[in-house]
Design a binder for this molecule. Structure first.
Ligand SMILES: Cc1cc2nc3c(=O)[nH]c(=O)nc-3n(C[C@H](O)[C@H](O)[C@H](O)COP(=O)(O)O)c2cc1C
Length: 390
């Protein structure tokens, strides 16, 4: 039998494409509108090069760090991703893999598994929230996450409810009932391994969001949860400061592109911010985070932990982000491809690929630790960087 191990994230992605039904794969690729931002997230990393050394290299290379009070074996965090019909064990498999590899995990409030189930397998979970529901509802979600054992909160703010994709969004049913199952049957039947992985558990993906309802009540469907979010008041900066004050612990604001927003996030007392454009799924035309990172890190990096997410597919991408001022990166699609390709072992495989890529990049750059990285290690073309806001 062919080995299930893969040597790069790109190989995992090809396997995911073969294994997942077309609509599930399409929902992961996503990218809003024309896909300018999602393309730029990948292209921008390709435009950066390195300035390597060839002798006097270090045989000992250190990549452990801390984020939001958690020790990580390497500067990588699982980014929250919602509604996974990728694998029956979903976020629980991801949580186990992350725990086995010593990295923290962001769990989406739109996840398919409950915060209790994921915290039971991973004691470094950050619970992610959108600005959805009224204040009481949000406080209940914080309290539930705290009781489950979440170590921090990620508040994701970069969503503009843009819809429509030039390549045609996949059809996602409200729920899997008999009629919808029949509609999906042709594509599901063409992916027997995916179908069997769910069939053996006796359940098809139910597309519900258990973290969006109090424990013991019926969870809303993804569309139900999305509707609540769409109907919610848009937050002011005072609202965001209010929510931050409700959580006594590490608090990340995710989705920044601008320096002025970063300063506000510092002022409201967040511990961490993520320079991110939601993997290119939000306002199309937002530059790749790696372009905006350095200006934000220069402005606020001594006052708050700065992380980056968007486009990270290799260990060398992680090193580029660190050299440009990030303390760590978050990964989204990379681990979803691993999960699709080989479940928990596939996510571990992705994390191992990144670890070994970070290590070999540090070797090539002559570094003994990620703390020695600086901008001089990276070669950027003219006009690469973006400085948004003041
Ligand atoms: C399928 C999918 C679902 C996502 N769901 C969420 C979510 O529920 N909450 C959130 O904060 N970000 C969500 N994101 C964004 C990721 O957390 C992250 O910002 C993005 O995937 C990073 O880009 P990358 O996929 O290139 O690594 C999602 C991304 C994808 C691809």
């Amino acid at each position: 039998m062919a080995s299930k191990w893969f040597e790069t994230v790109a190989v995992a992605q090809r396997r995911a494409e073969k294994r997942l039904p077309r609509s599930v794969y399409g929902a992961l690729i996503a990218g809003s509108e024309k896909g300018l931002s999602s393309k730029d997230n990948l292209d921008s990393f390709d435009q950066l090069g390195f300035a390597p050394h060839i002798a006097g290299l270090s045989s000992d290379r250190q990549m452990a760090t801390t984020i939001m009070g958690q020790s990580l074996s390497m500067p990588v965090i699982i980014s929250p991703t919602g509604v996974q019909a990728v694998h029956p064990e979903g976020e629980v498999a991801v949580g186990r893999a992350a725990a086995n590899r010593g990295v923290a995990m962001g769990l989406s409030s739109f996840a398919s598994k409950s915060v209790e189930d994921v915290c039971a397998v991973n004691n470094q979970v950050f619970f992610q929230m959108y600005w959805s529901g009224d204040r009481d509802t949000m406080v209940q979600r914080l309290e539930r996450a705290k009781a489950a054992g979440a170590k921090g909160i990620i508040l994701t703010l970069d969503w503009s409810f843009s819809n429509g994709r030039d390549w045609g969004s996949p059809w996602i049913p409200e729920k899997i009932n008999f009629t919808n199952a029949l509609k999906l049957a042709p594509e599901a039947l063409s992916r027997p391994r995916w179908l069997w992985s769910f069939a053996k558990t006796g359940h098809m993906p139910d597309l519900t969001t258990p973290n969006m309802a109090p424990i013991g009540t019926k969870p809303p469907t993804f569309f139900g949860a999305y509707y609540e979010w769409m109907q919610s008041m848009l937050p002011s900066w005072d609202d965001v400061a209010w929510l931050r004050a409700q959580w006594d612990g590490p608090f990340m604001v995710k989705g920044l592109s601008r320096i002025d927003d970063a300063k506000r996030v510092v002022d409201l007392g967040a511990t961490t911010l993520s320079v991110s454009n939601h993997g290119g799924n939000n306002l199309d035309g937002t530059p790749a985070p790696i372009r905006s990172l350095a200006a934000i890190a220069d402005a606020v990096g001594d006052q708050i932990e700065v992380v980056l997410d968007g486009g990270v597919r290799r260990g060398s991408d992680v090193v580029k982000a660190l050299a440009l001022g990030a303390r760590a990166v978050m990964i989204g699609r990379a681990y979803l491809w691993g999960l699709a390709a080989n479940g928990q072992a596939g996510v571990e495989n992705v994390l191992d690929v990144l670890r070994s890529g970070i290590d070999s990049t540090l070797l090539g750059l002559g570094k003994s630790s990620i703390s020695e990285l600086s901008r001089d290690d990276v070669v950027a073309p003219p006009n690469f960087f973006r400085k948004l806001g003041e």
